[in-house]
Design a protein around this ligand. Sequence first.
Ligand SMILES: [Fe+2]
Length: 378
Amino acid sequence: MAIKRRQLLILGGLAIGGGLGGAAFSGILSRQPEANSPPDPQAPITNNPKPAKSTVAVKRSSNPAPKGLYAPTRGDMRIVVISDLNSAYGSTDYIDQVKQAIAFLPDWEPDLVLCGGDMVAGQSNDLNDGEIAAMWQGFEKYIGAPIRKAKLPFGFTIGNHDGSGSVYNGKFSFERDRNAAKKYWNDPKHNPNLNFVDRAEFPFYYTFQQDDIFCLVWDASTATIPTEQLQWVEKSLASEVAQKAKLRMAIGHLPLYAVARGRETGGNYLNEADRLRSLLEKYNVHTYISGHHHAYYPAHKGKLELLHTGVLGDGPRRLLSGDLAPNRTVTVIDIKLETSETIYTTYDMDTLKVVDQSTLPRYIDAPNGRITRRDIKI
Ligand SMILES: [Fe+2]
């Protein structure tokens, strides 16, 4: 993994909500685009092995951005990443920062919007079926419908508050949450506008291809991904469609390595992280995107990049290292396909300034291993 360059970005324009933008570093990393594993001739089960190009007409400008915000140069493909949108248990509304970010989305002109989960605020046995349904109606009103109206493909992973995969005595502990999530997402009116490759287990785990990027979504709503699902992961990543894509990404709610205070305990990050990382590395997955920790930290470990997304809704957290104040963030990823460079521009959604990557800790010692800030070569 080689650092191509580090740019000092000078922000221009007034930030909404008052104040001027500041200077920021935008990390850029390059990885070899070639697949390092032969495709598995046996697999995978697909319902659309040759996904069509996106039919969404997206107007192109060289550096689209919401008015007044720093405007990065767009890559060959642009992804906007949001995560952890919810508020208190049962909430049917979202805080202003969430609404602002959703309103901004079309202005970044992304090819894809990704969400790291916790879109609603379930995982409480005190909520009845009507209250669970009302949360998804709130999601539809404030998040789902505006994104569809903007014709933006929306990839997401299920969080522990959306439909926890926790199992007790062979039964899902939050089966009503799981059923509500499934009902919402399988309603044709809520079509996320993705080019699915395998949607047999959608919305819990599935794959899609957006332009030249293959995305695998796994169910990391709990710390253990079942063996049979991991077999599906391997088959999917080994498939011709995955390996022929210019770049592969994986997304799940829990991270492989803990980054936030209060989230460093077991159950808040994936079990057997090194083994899972090796699986992703084996099939040349470029980046694993996660939520749940409510603290932005772009990192790498081994051959894998790790985007720990910040929170957008309630409950920003401090990183395990350093003394930075907690914040809420949205990350724009610009991808240069030929070189597999990914350029992050992360906005603090309270100040609307760009987060200066160099202010983040150079590394974090998670309970299960050290991860390093993504611009630091080791
Ligand atoms: Fe979560």
